[in-house]
Write a protein that binds this ligand. Structure first.
Ligand code: HEM
Length: 498
Protein backbone atom coordinates (compact mmCIF):
# COMPACT_ATOMS: atom_id res chain seq x y z
CA UNK A 1 0.00 0.00 0.00
CA UNK A 2 2.79 2.41 1.02
CA UNK A 3 4.52 1.62 -2.25
CA UNK A 4 1.44 2.56 -4.28
CA UNK A 5 1.17 5.89 -2.40
CA UNK A 6 4.81 6.70 -2.96
CA UNK A 7 4.42 5.92 -6.69
CA UNK A 8 1.41 8.23 -6.89
CA UNK A 9 3.37 10.98 -5.15
CA UNK A 10 6.24 10.45 -7.52
CA UNK A 11 3.94 10.68 -10.56
CA UNK A 12 2.30 13.83 -9.21
CA UNK A 13 5.65 15.54 -8.67
CA UNK A 14 6.81 14.49 -12.12
CA UNK A 15 3.63 15.89 -13.70
CA UNK A 16 4.08 19.15 -11.80
CA UNK A 17 7.70 19.51 -12.91
CA UNK A 18 6.68 18.76 -16.49
CA UNK A 19 3.87 21.31 -16.28
CA UNK A 20 6.20 24.04 -14.94
CA UNK A 21 8.69 23.27 -17.68
CA UNK A 22 5.93 23.49 -20.33
CA UNK A 23 4.74 26.87 -19.05
CA UNK A 24 8.30 28.21 -19.03
CA UNK A 25 8.88 26.87 -22.53
CA UNK A 26 5.74 28.52 -23.87
CA UNK A 27 6.58 31.78 -22.13
CA UNK A 28 10.10 31.61 -23.54
CA UNK A 29 8.67 31.00 -27.03
CA UNK A 30 6.37 33.96 -26.63
CA UNK A 31 9.30 36.09 -25.53
CA UNK A 32 11.16 35.07 -28.60
CA UNK A 33 8.24 35.92 -30.84
CA UNK A 34 8.08 39.32 -29.16
CA UNK A 35 11.73 39.76 -30.02
CA UNK A 36 10.66 39.65 -33.67
CA UNK A 37 7.63 41.93 -33.30
CA UNK A 38 9.57 44.64 -31.52
CA UNK A 39 12.25 44.75 -34.22
CA UNK A 40 14.99 43.89 -31.78
CA UNK A 41 18.42 43.56 -33.36
CA UNK A 42 18.91 40.04 -34.80
CA UNK A 43 19.89 37.21 -32.50
CA UNK A 44 19.00 33.83 -31.06
CA UNK A 45 17.04 32.87 -27.97
CA UNK A 46 19.45 30.24 -26.61
CA UNK A 47 18.19 27.43 -24.38
CA UNK A 48 14.77 27.45 -22.69
CA UNK A 49 14.76 29.17 -19.27
CA UNK A 50 18.49 29.92 -19.07
CA UNK A 51 18.70 31.52 -22.51
CA UNK A 52 22.32 32.29 -23.43
CA UNK A 53 23.40 32.90 -19.86
CA UNK A 54 25.73 29.90 -19.61
CA UNK A 55 27.58 30.67 -22.86
CA UNK A 56 27.71 34.31 -21.87
CA UNK A 57 29.07 33.55 -18.43
CA UNK A 58 31.70 31.18 -19.82
CA UNK A 59 32.77 33.74 -22.39
CA UNK A 60 33.05 36.78 -20.15
CA UNK A 61 34.64 34.97 -17.24
CA UNK A 62 37.20 32.92 -19.05
CA UNK A 63 38.07 33.72 -22.63
CA UNK A 64 40.18 36.26 -24.30
CA UNK A 65 38.75 37.56 -26.55
CA UNK A 66 35.23 36.69 -25.38
CA UNK A 67 34.20 33.95 -27.76
CA UNK A 68 30.44 34.21 -27.26
CA UNK A 69 30.36 37.83 -28.40
CA UNK A 70 32.77 37.14 -31.24
CA UNK A 71 30.60 34.25 -32.46
CA UNK A 72 27.37 36.28 -32.30
CA UNK A 73 28.99 39.26 -34.03
CA UNK A 74 30.07 36.97 -36.87
CA UNK A 75 26.53 35.64 -37.20
CA UNK A 76 24.36 38.70 -36.60
CA UNK A 77 26.50 41.84 -36.77
CA UNK A 78 27.84 44.22 -34.14
CA UNK A 79 24.54 44.79 -32.37
CA UNK A 80 22.64 41.63 -31.51
CA UNK A 81 20.01 40.41 -29.12
CA UNK A 82 20.12 37.39 -26.87
CA UNK A 83 18.51 36.11 -23.72
CA UNK A 84 20.37 36.64 -20.45
CA UNK A 85 18.96 35.33 -17.17
CA UNK A 86 15.60 34.87 -18.87
CA UNK A 87 15.50 38.53 -19.85
CA UNK A 88 15.91 40.12 -23.25
CA UNK A 89 19.29 41.67 -23.80
CA UNK A 90 20.89 43.73 -26.52
CA UNK A 91 24.65 43.43 -26.67
CA UNK A 92 26.73 45.93 -28.58
CA UNK A 93 30.22 45.60 -30.01
CA UNK A 94 29.72 48.74 -32.04
CA UNK A 95 31.55 52.01 -31.18
CA UNK A 96 28.72 54.27 -32.41
CA UNK A 97 26.04 52.42 -30.51
CA UNK A 98 28.21 52.31 -27.38
CA UNK A 99 28.61 56.05 -27.65
CA UNK A 100 24.83 56.44 -28.13
CA UNK A 101 24.24 54.43 -24.92
CA UNK A 102 26.77 56.44 -22.89
CA UNK A 103 25.52 59.78 -24.17
CA UNK A 104 21.97 58.90 -23.26
CA UNK A 105 22.74 57.55 -19.80
CA UNK A 106 20.03 58.74 -17.44
CA UNK A 107 17.71 59.75 -20.30
CA UNK A 108 17.11 56.56 -22.30
CA UNK A 109 19.25 54.14 -20.30
CA UNK A 110 20.01 53.59 -16.65
CA UNK A 111 22.55 51.41 -14.91
CA UNK A 112 21.07 48.14 -13.72
CA UNK A 113 22.56 45.81 -11.12
CA UNK A 114 21.04 42.87 -9.19
CA UNK A 115 19.40 43.72 -5.85
CA UNK A 116 21.91 41.73 -3.81
CA UNK A 117 24.78 43.72 -5.33
CA UNK A 118 22.95 47.00 -4.69
CA UNK A 119 22.46 46.10 -1.01
CA UNK A 120 26.08 45.16 -0.55
CA UNK A 121 27.68 48.09 -2.35
CA UNK A 122 25.09 50.49 -0.93
CA UNK A 123 21.97 51.98 -2.42
CA UNK A 124 23.10 55.52 -1.58
CA UNK A 125 26.36 55.39 -3.53
CA UNK A 126 27.01 56.78 -7.00
CA UNK A 127 27.04 53.38 -8.74
CA UNK A 128 23.40 52.66 -7.90
CA UNK A 129 22.15 56.23 -7.86
CA UNK A 130 20.06 57.48 -10.77
CA UNK A 131 19.07 60.89 -12.11
CA UNK A 132 19.87 64.03 -10.14
CA UNK A 133 21.36 62.13 -7.18
CA UNK A 134 23.81 60.34 -9.49
CA UNK A 135 24.81 63.66 -11.07
CA UNK A 136 25.44 65.20 -7.65
CA UNK A 137 27.50 62.27 -6.35
CA UNK A 138 29.40 61.92 -9.59
CA UNK A 139 30.36 65.57 -9.55
CA UNK A 140 31.55 65.34 -5.91
CA UNK A 141 33.69 62.31 -6.82
CA UNK A 142 35.11 63.98 -9.94
CA UNK A 143 35.83 67.13 -8.02
CA UNK A 144 37.62 65.30 -5.21
CA UNK A 145 39.83 63.46 -7.66
CA UNK A 146 40.61 66.35 -9.98
CA UNK A 147 44.02 66.34 -11.59
CA UNK A 148 45.19 69.52 -9.88
CA UNK A 149 44.58 67.99 -6.44
CA UNK A 150 46.95 65.11 -7.08
CA UNK A 151 50.27 66.83 -6.78
CA UNK A 152 49.18 68.07 -3.39
CA UNK A 153 47.16 65.23 -1.86
CA UNK A 154 48.21 62.00 -3.53
CA UNK A 155 51.73 62.04 -4.96
CA UNK A 156 53.65 61.50 -1.72
CA UNK A 157 51.08 59.24 -0.03
CA UNK A 158 50.96 56.86 -2.98
CA UNK A 159 54.72 56.45 -2.98
CA UNK A 160 54.88 55.91 0.76
CA UNK A 161 52.31 53.12 0.50
CA UNK A 162 54.15 51.60 -2.47
CA UNK A 163 57.35 51.71 -0.53
CA UNK A 164 55.73 49.82 2.34
CA UNK A 165 54.03 47.21 0.15
CA UNK A 166 56.26 46.54 -2.85
CA UNK A 167 59.76 46.51 -1.46
CA UNK A 168 59.40 44.21 1.51
CA UNK A 169 60.05 40.82 -0.07
CA UNK A 170 62.34 38.43 1.72
CA UNK A 171 65.15 36.58 -0.01
CA UNK A 172 63.71 33.69 -2.03
CA UNK A 173 60.24 34.44 -0.81
CA UNK A 174 57.46 33.12 -3.05
CA UNK A 175 54.63 35.60 -3.48
CA UNK A 176 51.63 35.65 -5.77
CA UNK A 177 51.82 38.85 -7.77
CA UNK A 178 48.05 38.96 -8.11
CA UNK A 179 47.87 39.23 -4.33
CA UNK A 180 50.63 41.82 -4.23
CA UNK A 181 48.79 44.02 -6.73
CA UNK A 182 45.53 43.60 -4.85
CA UNK A 183 47.21 44.53 -1.61
CA UNK A 184 48.89 47.56 -3.19
CA UNK A 185 45.56 48.73 -4.65
CA UNK A 186 43.62 48.19 -1.41
CA UNK A 187 46.28 49.89 0.69
CA UNK A 188 46.37 52.83 -1.70
CA UNK A 189 42.60 53.19 -1.64
CA UNK A 190 42.35 52.90 2.13
CA UNK A 191 45.13 55.42 2.59
CA UNK A 192 43.84 57.99 0.14
CA UNK A 193 40.14 57.69 0.78
CA UNK A 194 40.14 57.25 4.54
CA UNK A 195 43.36 59.00 5.40
CA UNK A 196 44.42 55.92 7.36
CA UNK A 197 48.17 55.53 7.36
CA UNK A 198 49.41 53.44 10.29
CA UNK A 199 50.38 49.93 9.17
CA UNK A 200 48.01 48.23 11.61
CA UNK A 201 45.02 50.33 10.60
CA UNK A 202 45.72 49.97 6.87
CA UNK A 203 46.06 46.20 7.34
CA UNK A 204 42.80 45.98 9.29
CA UNK A 205 40.86 47.96 6.69
CA UNK A 206 42.54 46.18 3.80
CA UNK A 207 41.51 42.85 5.30
CA UNK A 208 37.89 43.93 5.78
CA UNK A 209 37.80 45.39 2.36
CA UNK A 210 39.23 42.31 0.73
CA UNK A 211 36.35 40.27 2.27
CA UNK A 212 33.93 42.89 1.02
CA UNK A 213 35.22 42.80 -2.59
CA UNK A 214 35.20 38.98 -2.65
CA UNK A 215 31.50 39.08 -1.72
CA UNK A 216 30.68 41.53 -4.50
CA UNK A 217 31.95 38.99 -7.00
CA UNK A 218 30.30 35.93 -5.39
CA UNK A 219 26.96 34.09 -5.53
CA UNK A 220 24.60 36.17 -3.35
CA UNK A 221 23.75 33.63 -0.64
CA UNK A 222 23.35 35.39 2.68
CA UNK A 223 24.07 32.38 4.91
CA UNK A 224 26.97 31.68 7.30
CA UNK A 225 29.99 30.29 5.52
CA UNK A 226 29.23 32.04 2.22
CA UNK A 227 31.40 34.84 0.84
CA UNK A 228 28.36 37.07 0.45
CA UNK A 229 27.52 36.88 4.19
CA UNK A 230 31.17 37.56 5.11
CA UNK A 231 31.05 40.59 2.82
CA UNK A 232 27.85 41.91 4.42
CA UNK A 233 29.51 41.61 7.84
CA UNK A 234 32.64 43.33 6.51
CA UNK A 235 30.45 46.12 5.18
CA UNK A 236 29.00 46.71 8.66
CA UNK A 237 32.48 46.84 10.20
CA UNK A 238 33.73 49.21 7.48
CA UNK A 239 30.81 51.54 8.17
CA UNK A 240 31.57 51.40 11.93
CA UNK A 241 35.13 52.38 11.17
CA UNK A 242 33.94 55.24 8.93
CA UNK A 243 31.71 56.52 11.73
CA UNK A 244 34.69 56.57 14.11
CA UNK A 245 36.87 58.42 11.59
CA UNK A 246 34.12 60.96 10.94
CA UNK A 247 33.51 61.48 14.68
CA UNK A 248 37.22 61.93 15.39
CA UNK A 249 37.59 64.31 12.47
CA UNK A 250 34.71 66.47 13.70
CA UNK A 251 36.10 66.55 17.26
CA UNK A 252 39.56 67.55 16.01
CA UNK A 253 38.04 70.24 13.84
CA UNK A 254 36.03 71.60 16.77
CA UNK A 255 39.00 71.67 19.13
CA UNK A 256 41.11 73.42 16.50
CA UNK A 257 43.71 70.62 16.62
CA UNK A 258 45.93 70.10 13.61
CA UNK A 259 44.28 67.57 11.26
CA UNK A 260 46.48 64.66 10.32
CA UNK A 261 45.75 62.15 7.57
CA UNK A 262 42.59 63.73 6.28
CA UNK A 263 41.87 61.53 3.29
CA UNK A 264 38.94 62.03 1.01
CA UNK A 265 36.50 61.10 3.78
CA UNK A 266 37.79 63.98 5.92
CA UNK A 267 37.34 66.39 3.03
CA UNK A 268 33.80 65.08 2.52
CA UNK A 269 33.00 65.74 6.18
CA UNK A 270 34.25 69.31 5.84
CA UNK A 271 32.26 69.75 2.67
CA UNK A 272 29.04 68.95 4.57
CA UNK A 273 27.18 68.25 1.34
CA UNK A 274 26.31 64.64 2.17
CA UNK A 275 24.43 62.99 5.03
CA UNK A 276 26.50 60.51 7.07
CA UNK A 277 24.89 57.35 5.64
CA UNK A 278 25.25 58.64 2.07
CA UNK A 279 28.88 59.49 2.82
CA UNK A 280 29.60 55.90 3.91
CA UNK A 281 28.03 54.39 0.77
CA UNK A 282 29.80 57.01 -1.34
CA UNK A 283 33.24 56.02 -0.06
CA UNK A 284 32.44 52.28 -0.20
CA UNK A 285 31.49 52.79 -3.86
CA UNK A 286 34.82 54.44 -4.60
CA UNK A 287 36.69 51.67 -2.81
CA UNK A 288 34.79 49.04 -4.74
CA UNK A 289 35.04 50.71 -8.16
CA UNK A 290 38.69 51.60 -7.80
CA UNK A 291 40.17 48.53 -6.23
CA UNK A 292 39.95 45.48 -8.46
CA UNK A 293 40.23 47.57 -11.65
CA UNK A 294 43.48 49.20 -10.55
CA UNK A 295 44.94 45.97 -9.18
CA UNK A 296 44.22 44.11 -12.43
CA UNK A 297 45.75 46.83 -14.58
CA UNK A 298 48.95 46.71 -12.52
CA UNK A 299 49.05 42.94 -12.81
CA UNK A 300 48.42 42.84 -16.56
CA UNK A 301 50.91 45.62 -17.22
CA UNK A 302 53.68 43.58 -15.59
CA UNK A 303 52.58 40.44 -17.40
CA UNK A 304 52.42 42.10 -20.84
CA UNK A 305 55.81 43.71 -20.28
CA UNK A 306 57.35 40.33 -19.58
CA UNK A 307 55.95 39.17 -22.92
CA UNK A 308 57.47 42.06 -24.80
CA UNK A 309 61.15 42.56 -23.86
CA UNK A 310 61.52 45.58 -26.12
CA UNK A 311 58.72 47.40 -24.32
CA UNK A 312 60.18 46.32 -20.99
CA UNK A 313 63.56 47.74 -22.00
CA UNK A 314 62.14 51.07 -23.14
CA UNK A 315 59.99 51.44 -20.04
CA UNK A 316 62.91 50.57 -17.79
CA UNK A 317 65.13 53.14 -19.53
CA UNK A 318 62.48 55.81 -19.07
CA UNK A 319 62.02 54.99 -15.39
CA UNK A 320 65.74 54.53 -14.67
CA UNK A 321 66.42 57.94 -16.18
CA UNK A 322 63.94 59.48 -13.74
CA UNK A 323 65.36 57.52 -10.83
CA UNK A 324 68.95 58.42 -11.60
CA UNK A 325 68.11 62.10 -11.19
CA UNK A 326 67.36 61.39 -7.53
CA UNK A 327 70.31 60.97 -5.28
CA UNK A 328 68.74 61.36 -1.88
CA UNK A 329 69.60 59.13 1.01
CA UNK A 330 66.11 58.39 2.32
CA UNK A 331 62.86 57.20 0.77
CA UNK A 332 61.41 60.68 0.55
CA UNK A 333 64.31 62.07 -1.48
CA UNK A 334 63.90 59.17 -3.90
CA UNK A 335 60.28 60.07 -4.58
CA UNK A 336 59.07 61.11 -7.99
CA UNK A 337 57.53 64.54 -8.34
CA UNK A 338 54.53 65.65 -10.33
CA UNK A 339 56.92 66.89 -13.07
CA UNK A 340 58.51 63.41 -13.20
CA UNK A 341 55.08 61.86 -13.63
CA UNK A 342 54.40 64.17 -16.56
CA UNK A 343 57.70 63.10 -18.15
CA UNK A 344 56.98 59.41 -18.79
CA UNK A 345 55.36 59.23 -22.25
CA UNK A 346 56.24 55.62 -22.94
CA UNK A 347 54.90 54.44 -19.58
CA UNK A 348 51.60 56.15 -20.49
CA UNK A 349 51.54 54.16 -23.74
CA UNK A 350 52.10 50.94 -21.77
CA UNK A 351 49.18 51.82 -19.49
CA UNK A 352 46.91 52.60 -22.45
CA UNK A 353 47.83 49.39 -24.21
CA UNK A 354 47.29 47.37 -21.03
CA UNK A 355 43.84 48.89 -20.61
CA UNK A 356 42.99 48.14 -24.23
CA UNK A 357 44.24 44.58 -24.36
CA UNK A 358 43.72 43.56 -20.73
CA UNK A 359 39.94 44.09 -20.80
CA UNK A 360 39.78 45.46 -17.28
CA UNK A 361 36.18 46.72 -17.42
CA UNK A 362 34.90 44.33 -20.09
CA UNK A 363 31.33 45.50 -20.36
CA UNK A 364 28.78 47.82 -18.72
CA UNK A 365 25.27 47.02 -17.49
CA UNK A 366 22.36 49.18 -18.62
CA UNK A 367 18.60 48.90 -18.86
CA UNK A 368 16.32 50.61 -21.39
CA UNK A 369 14.13 53.13 -19.54
CA UNK A 370 11.63 53.26 -22.40
CA UNK A 371 11.18 51.83 -25.90
CA UNK A 372 14.21 53.10 -27.79
CA UNK A 373 14.56 53.49 -31.53
CA UNK A 374 18.05 53.11 -32.92
CA UNK A 375 18.58 52.88 -36.67
CA UNK A 376 16.10 50.21 -37.88
CA UNK A 377 15.74 48.63 -34.46
CA UNK A 378 13.50 49.08 -31.49
CA UNK A 379 14.83 48.18 -28.06
CA UNK A 380 11.91 47.55 -25.73
CA UNK A 381 11.63 49.13 -22.29
CA UNK A 382 13.16 46.96 -19.55
CA UNK A 383 15.62 45.24 -21.88
CA UNK A 384 19.24 44.75 -20.66
CA UNK A 385 21.60 46.76 -22.83
CA UNK A 386 25.24 45.76 -22.65
CA UNK A 387 27.95 47.85 -24.31
CA UNK A 388 30.74 45.32 -24.73
CA UNK A 389 33.79 47.57 -24.44
CA UNK A 390 36.50 45.01 -25.02
CA UNK A 391 34.89 43.78 -28.27
CA UNK A 392 35.63 47.25 -29.68
CA UNK A 393 39.11 47.34 -28.14
CA UNK A 394 39.94 44.01 -29.78
CA UNK A 395 38.34 44.69 -33.16
CA UNK A 396 40.85 43.99 -35.95
CA UNK A 397 39.23 46.66 -38.12
CA UNK A 398 40.00 49.28 -35.51
CA UNK A 399 43.31 48.02 -34.11
CA UNK A 400 45.75 46.20 -36.37
CA UNK A 401 47.04 43.01 -34.75
CA UNK A 402 44.57 43.71 -32.00
CA UNK A 403 45.68 40.77 -29.83
CA UNK A 404 49.28 41.94 -29.84
CA UNK A 405 50.67 44.01 -26.97
CA UNK A 406 52.03 46.97 -28.89
CA UNK A 407 52.39 50.13 -26.76
CA UNK A 408 54.01 51.96 -29.72
CA UNK A 409 50.66 51.94 -31.56
CA UNK A 410 49.66 54.85 -29.34
CA UNK A 411 52.48 56.96 -30.75
CA UNK A 412 51.25 56.61 -34.33
CA UNK A 413 49.67 59.85 -35.61
CA UNK A 414 46.57 58.02 -36.94
CA UNK A 415 45.85 56.72 -33.43
CA UNK A 416 46.20 60.05 -31.62
CA UNK A 417 42.51 60.87 -31.78
CA UNK A 418 41.45 57.31 -31.04
CA UNK A 419 43.59 57.42 -27.94
CA UNK A 420 41.59 60.12 -26.21
CA UNK A 421 40.07 57.96 -23.46
CA UNK A 422 37.76 60.76 -22.35
CA UNK A 423 35.87 61.08 -25.61
CA UNK A 424 36.90 58.48 -28.18
CA UNK A 425 34.21 55.89 -29.00
CA UNK A 426 37.00 53.50 -30.07
CA UNK A 427 38.78 53.52 -26.74
CA UNK A 428 36.62 53.55 -23.61
CA UNK A 429 38.51 51.81 -20.78
CA UNK A 430 36.90 54.24 -18.32
CA UNK A 431 33.40 54.23 -19.83
CA UNK A 432 31.94 57.53 -20.98
CA UNK A 433 29.16 60.07 -20.70
CA UNK A 434 27.71 60.97 -17.32
CA UNK A 435 29.08 57.80 -15.70
CA UNK A 436 32.62 58.33 -16.94
CA UNK A 437 35.01 56.97 -14.32
CA UNK A 438 35.79 59.79 -11.86
CA UNK A 439 38.87 57.87 -10.64
CA UNK A 440 40.51 57.53 -14.07
CA UNK A 441 43.32 60.04 -13.47
CA UNK A 442 44.01 58.74 -9.99
CA UNK A 443 44.15 55.15 -11.27
CA UNK A 444 46.60 56.11 -14.00
CA UNK A 445 48.83 57.90 -11.50
CA UNK A 446 48.83 54.92 -9.12
CA UNK A 447 49.65 52.49 -11.93
CA UNK A 448 52.48 54.65 -13.29
CA UNK A 449 54.05 55.00 -9.83
CA UNK A 450 53.62 51.28 -9.19
CA UNK A 451 55.39 50.47 -12.47
CA UNK A 452 58.19 52.84 -11.55
CA UNK A 453 58.78 51.18 -8.19
CA UNK A 454 58.38 47.66 -9.52
CA UNK A 455 60.58 47.82 -12.60
CA UNK A 456 63.33 49.83 -10.99
CA UNK A 457 63.48 47.35 -8.09
CA UNK A 458 63.22 44.04 -9.98
CA UNK A 459 64.24 42.62 -13.33
CA UNK A 460 62.14 39.80 -14.82
CA UNK A 461 62.98 36.99 -17.18
CA UNK A 462 60.19 34.90 -18.66
CA UNK A 463 60.47 31.18 -18.02
CA UNK A 464 57.22 29.42 -18.97
CA UNK A 465 53.51 30.00 -19.42
CA UNK A 466 50.10 28.32 -19.23
CA UNK A 467 46.47 29.38 -19.62
CA UNK A 468 46.92 33.11 -19.57
CA UNK A 469 43.57 33.55 -21.32
CA UNK A 470 41.66 32.91 -18.08
CA UNK A 471 41.36 36.27 -16.40
CA UNK A 472 39.81 34.64 -13.38
CA UNK A 473 42.74 32.48 -12.53
CA UNK A 474 45.39 35.03 -13.20
CA UNK A 475 48.32 34.36 -10.95
CA UNK A 476 51.74 35.79 -11.06
CA UNK A 477 54.06 34.31 -8.52
CA UNK A 478 57.13 36.17 -7.49
CA UNK A 479 59.95 34.17 -6.05
CA UNK A 480 62.05 36.80 -4.43
CA UNK A 481 65.73 36.94 -3.76
CA UNK A 482 68.13 39.82 -3.31
CA UNK A 483 70.18 38.49 -6.16
CA UNK A 484 67.74 36.44 -8.19
CA UNK A 485 63.98 36.64 -8.12
CA UNK A 486 61.46 34.65 -10.06
CA UNK A 487 58.05 35.74 -11.17
CA UNK A 488 55.57 33.14 -12.31
CA UNK A 489 52.05 33.37 -13.60
CA UNK A 490 50.28 30.10 -12.80
CA UNK A 491 53.01 28.25 -14.59
CA UNK A 492 54.42 31.41 -16.13
CA UNK A 493 57.89 31.69 -14.65
CA UNK A 494 60.03 34.74 -14.76
CA UNK A 495 63.31 35.55 -13.14
CA UNK A 496 63.72 38.83 -11.39
CA UNK A 497 67.04 40.26 -10.36
CA UNK A 498 67.47 43.21 -8.06
C1 HEM B 1 42.30 51.14 -14.10
C2 HEM B 1 41.41 51.44 -13.20
C3 HEM B 1 39.96 51.74 -13.49
C4 HEM B 1 39.18 51.37 -14.54
C5 HEM B 1 39.58 50.54 -15.76
C6 HEM B 1 37.85 51.92 -14.31
C7 HEM B 1 36.79 51.78 -15.17
C8 HEM B 1 35.55 52.33 -14.96
C9 HEM B 1 34.45 52.27 -15.89
C10 HEM B 1 34.48 51.57 -17.24
C11 HEM B 1 33.40 52.93 -15.33
C12 HEM B 1 32.03 53.16 -15.95
C13 HEM B 1 30.99 52.24 -15.34
C14 HEM B 1 29.63 52.44 -15.95
O1 HEM B 1 29.45 53.24 -16.87
O2 HEM B 1 28.69 51.74 -15.53
C15 HEM B 1 33.83 53.39 -14.03
C16 HEM B 1 33.02 54.05 -13.15
C17 HEM B 1 33.41 54.43 -11.88
N1 HEM B 1 34.69 54.41 -11.38
FE1 HEM B 1 36.29 53.62 -12.28
N2 HEM B 1 37.87 52.58 -13.11
C18 HEM B 1 39.13 52.51 -12.58
C19 HEM B 1 39.58 53.09 -11.40
C20 HEM B 1 38.79 53.81 -10.52
C21 HEM B 1 39.25 54.42 -9.28
C22 HEM B 1 40.70 54.40 -8.77
C23 HEM B 1 38.15 54.96 -8.68
C24 HEM B 1 38.03 55.72 -7.38
C25 HEM B 1 38.89 55.87 -6.48
C26 HEM B 1 37.01 54.71 -9.54
C27 HEM B 1 35.73 55.10 -9.25
C28 HEM B 1 34.66 54.92 -10.11
C29 HEM B 1 33.28 55.28 -9.76
C30 HEM B 1 32.81 55.86 -8.45
C31 HEM B 1 32.50 54.96 -10.87
C32 HEM B 1 30.99 55.12 -10.99
C33 HEM B 1 30.63 56.43 -11.64
C34 HEM B 1 29.13 56.59 -11.81
O3 HEM B 1 28.39 55.60 -11.85
O4 HEM B 1 28.70 57.75 -11.94
N3 HEM B 1 37.44 54.01 -10.63
N4 HEM B 1 35.14 53.04 -13.83
Amino acid sequence: MAEIYSNIWFLMILTLVFFIFLVKLLKHRKNFENFGYSKLPPGGRGLPIVGDSINWYNAVSSSHPPSFVKEQVKRYGKIFSCNLLGKRAVVSADPSFNRFIMQNEGKLFQSSYPKSFRNLVGINGVINAQGEQQKKLHSIASNMMRLDKFSFHFMKDIQLVLHQTVTNFENNEVVILQDVCRKVAINLMVNQLLGVSSDAEVDEMAHLFSDFVDGCLSVPINLPGFAFRTAMKAREKIIDKFDKIVKKHREERKSGAELVGNGLLGRLVDDESLADDTMADFVINLLFAGNETTAKTMLFAIYFLTQCPEAMKQLLEEQQALKSQKNGSDAEDEMLTWQDYKAMPFTQCVIDETLRLGGIAIWLMREAKQDIEYQDYVIPKGCFVVPFLSAVHLDENIYEDSLLFNPWRWMEPQNMEKRNWRSSPFYTPFGGGSRFCPGAELARLQIALFLHHFVTTYRFIFISKASFHTHKHTQLILIGSKSQTRLCYSTVLLSIVF
